[in-house]
Ligand binder design. Structure first.
Ligand code: PEP
Ligand code: MN
Length: 346
């Protein structure tokens, strides 16, 4: 038997294929006990056929009206593979967009600390044209003796910030026991680097009705990141934003090594939007702007960046947060490169 839920074949219909033709193929697959995932694009409609390989081989797929090509899927990732979707995926949240020609500018504090700090930051980033507001409520800290986040109280503050500024909220989920609270409050659920291969958590958010911002693990390969995304997609949630945030290497001059090559690879390998976190990669604020510019130039679909009204006194990641007083200028510089790349702020 094939792996449950993983397409074995891509059935490609041309742009001129009618919905009757698409329905006909889906109905034949259905009769044979094979699941179908239909993705309609501008140039083609792609049906991912999910089921027993031998059974699939008995169907005259190439002969069905409208079918142009039948291709086996050779990569370990399937639902997130470039080939499965004719067009790049655009994630839309409350009228804000990330992907294809839309550059997402996600900004906010590392952690939600106080009401004033959160609202002040939200106002600044909204004013500068940010796409969404970030802010950690549950924090994955290396030391158990440091600030762990305000938890549910922070979710309330983020909601207040959204109400005032209209910015959708991105916040991290660390624990399956918090799924309900985070899904109810957040517009986009962040899965952090440290939970990037927490497969149970990935399946949980795969069943949630909210987009997922999935960070690359500290030591994950590109393929491992895509397989993590596959866990989410397999449960039915294909609204996923991938995030390169730097990896562990021998180099210690930066906190992590920002792997911009991976961004270029991911843009080839997947239809999902790919953003960059220059803050955690840099680990120091003077490097955040050059890395953010480079991210825009390499073709990333956005950035997620940390900013704080008084970064030196921040309760987490003090060294890397840029002061909100500099955020407007920062946003303008990054936007200029994104515009050169043919993107507009989503
Ligand atoms: C964060 O976004 O604050 C964070 C902890 O990021 P990462 O999971 O990439 O370390
Ligand atoms: Mn942080």
């Amino acid at each position: 038997m094939a792996t449950i839920g993983s397409p074995e074949l891509l059935i490609v219909l041309g742009a001129e294929a009618t919905s009757e033709q698409v329905d006909h193929v889906v109905a034949r697959l259905d009769e044979a006990g094979v699941d179908a995932r239909v993705t309609r694009g501008r140039e083609a409609t792609v049906i991912g056929a999910i089921g027993d390989r031998e059974l699939l081989a008995t169907l005259p797929l190439e002969g069905y009206p409208g079918v142009e090509q039948v291709l086996p899927i050779l990569k370990p990732y399937r639902l997130v593979a470039r080939e499965l979707a004719p067009d790049p995926t655009v994630i839309e949240v409350d009228g804000r967009r990330i992907g294809e020609s839309y550059f997402g500018l996600i900004a906010g504090p590392c952690s939600v600390e106080t009401r004033e700090q959160t609202l002040q930051t939200a106002r600044v980033v909204a004013e500068a044209g940010a796409t969404m507001l970030r802010g950690g409520a549950f924090k994955p800290r290396t030391s158990p003796y440091t600030f762990q986040g305000l938890g549910v109280e922070a979710l309330e503050l983020l909601k207040e910030a959204r109400e005032e500024t209209g910015l959708p909220i991105v916040t991290e989920l660390m624990d399956p026991r918090h799924v309900e609270a985070v899904v109810e409050s957040a517009d986009v659920i962040q899965i952090g680097a440290r939970n990037s291969q927490n497969f149970l958590l990935l399946s949980e958010v795969g069943r949630a009705d909210k987009p997922v911002l999935l960070k690359r693990g500290l030591s994950s390969s590109v393929e491992e990141l895509l397989m993590a995304a596959e866990y989410v997609a397999k449960e039915g949630n294909d609204r996923i934003i991938l995030c390169e945030r730097g990896i562990k290497t021998f180099e210690t001059a930066t906190r992590f090594t920002l792997d911009l090559g991976a961004v270029a690879v991911l843009k080839n390998e997947t239809h999902l939007p790919v953003i960059v976190d220059p803050s955690h990669a840099a680990g120091r604020r003077d490097l955040v702007l050059p890395l953010a510019r480079a991210a825009a130039a390499v073709g990333a679909d956005g950035i997620i960046v940390e900013t704080h009204p008084n970064p030196d006194h921040a309760l987490s990641d003090a060294a890397q947060q840029i002061p909100t007083s500099e955020f407007g200028e920062f946003a303008a510089e990054v936007t200029a490169i994104a515009t050169l790349m043919g993107k507009e702020i989503g």
